[in-house]
Write a protein that binds this ligand. Structure first.
Ligand code: PSV
Ligand code: MN
Length: 389
């Protein structure tokens, strides 16, 4: 088998676009503690400047996803110009109905029509922002759910959710999409209103072609075969985006590929099987937080992990695999699959990166650039941006 990427495969790899979450550059933590870090951005402009560093050294992370109202600014046209000046675009707008007291018992599913309208209006505001930034995707993750059996009428909530989503969907332009994320726990623990891909699929399918599913890799029960879900949603034409991260125990939001690089490889293998990342309908977002490590290199490591696993997935000998599968050679098929995963592509990718004008070793190049020290010195005073600010 070939252990190096052909020029054609490298060209395919070069088409990978990754969206960086603006919130990864702010402080984050757990319910126990949010640590501050010298140099943390104080506003969305500084977050974007930091995101541009990732792109500068890796050629990846060319788009920044926003979270509203965390990234509230007076003028989104100015924010867009700022992003463009830094060589990055603005991508998905993530709504946020999980930090307002009014939404304690739900948002788009709320029993109280006034509060439900408030949640719908929040999404209209997000669409207004998208109209200025040129963003295609409105991503909705709902904290809605209940903690105790009997607490809520789960069925009524599904109906109200569909009605709310229809109103939001009706506001989208033809170039925009609604992307519905699922999560089976937290902050509600007994039931959540969009717990799994099936529910998300049912809800978005009832809306129409411009509504798709977001798969966050941290939102499944341990042991879930996530690549199966990737395959199925791609097959149905309903996988709209990924929120990539890693988990050990819960929604840990760790660096993608850190906990289980093999799982990332398996997911990317199904992405290629389903048409690859040049599928314009599939957004590759990261949804991560860097609680104890520096944020910019944390993001650099993340995009490199995706790139490396994508390269290994490209090296999978699909012809040989297909033959082994058809002939029922279980162990041969498994060996071919594992073989691709085991190939160390780091040296080849370093040379390729350099040939395209990027750093051979982006982690080292960033560390040597002095940017981290510079922001630590310059960004004194003000309020550090945070998950929840
Ligand atoms: C919820 O856990 C989630 O995955 C959603 O995507 C939120 O928008 C994001 O995390 C916040 O980090
Ligand atoms: Mn997410």
């Amino acid at each position: 088998m070939t252990r190096t990427l052909s020029q054609q495969q490298l060209d395919t790899l070069g088409q990978l676009v990754i969206e960086l979450p603006s919130w990864a550059f702010g402080n984050s933590g757990t319910r126990f503690k949010v640590f501050g870090t010298p140099g943390t951005p104080r506003d969305p402009f500084e977050k974007i400047a930091d995101a541009a560093q990732v792109s500068k050294y890796t050629g990846l992370g060319q788009v920044v996803a926003l979270h509203y109202p965390w990234d509230k600014v007076d003028d989104y046209g100015t924010l867009l110009e700022h992003a463009q000046e830094h060589g990055v675009g603005l991508g998905t707008v993530n709504s946020n109905t999980f930090q307002d007291d009014d939404f304690k018992f739900g948002s788009l599913t709320h029993e109280d029509s006034k509060l439900r309208q408030k949640a719908i209006d929040h999404h209209f505001e997000c669409i207004d922002i998208m109209n200025v930034t040129g963003s295609r995707d409105l991503k909705i993750w709902l904290a809605d759910g209940s903690n105790y059996p009997g607490q809520a009428d789960m069925r009524g909530r599904q109906d109200r959710l569909q009605d709310s989503l229809q109103q939001i969907y009706a506001r989208l332009s033809d170039a925009q999409r609604l992307v519905l994320e699922y999560k089976f726990f937290e902050p509600a623990f007994y039931h959540t209103d969009v717990p799994d891909w099936g529910t998300s699929y049912a809800q978005v399918s009832a809306l129409g072609d411009k509504a798709v599913v977001c798969l966050d890799t941290g939102h499944h029960a341990p042991g879930t075969n996530i690549e199966f879900i990737v395959m199925q949603l791609l097959r149905l034409g309903k996988l709209g985006s990924f929120d990539f991260n890693s988990r050990f125990y819960a929604d840990d939001d760790l660096i993608v590929g850190a906990a289980d690089p093999y799982q990332l490889f398996r997911i990317l293998t199904e992405v290629i099987r389903g048409g690859g990342w040049n599928n314009p309908n599939l957004a590759f977002m990261l949804d991560q937080c860097h609680n104890v490590e520096d944020k910019i290199p944390g993001q650099i490591r993340s995009v490199l992990n995706v790139q490396e696993m994508a390269a290994r997935a490209l090296l999978l000998d699909r012809d040989a695999l297909g033959e082994a599968q058809r002939s029922g050679d279980v162990l041969e098929a498994n060996e071919i699959f594992m073989d691709a995963y085991q190939i160390d592509v780091r040296e080849q990718l370093a040379a390729w990166r350099e040939s395209r004008g990027f750093a051979a070793n982006p982690m080292r190049a960033y560390a040597a650039s002095g940017y981290q020290q510079q922001i630590a010195q310059e960004r004194v005073g003000g309020q550090q941006a945070s998950w929840g600010a």
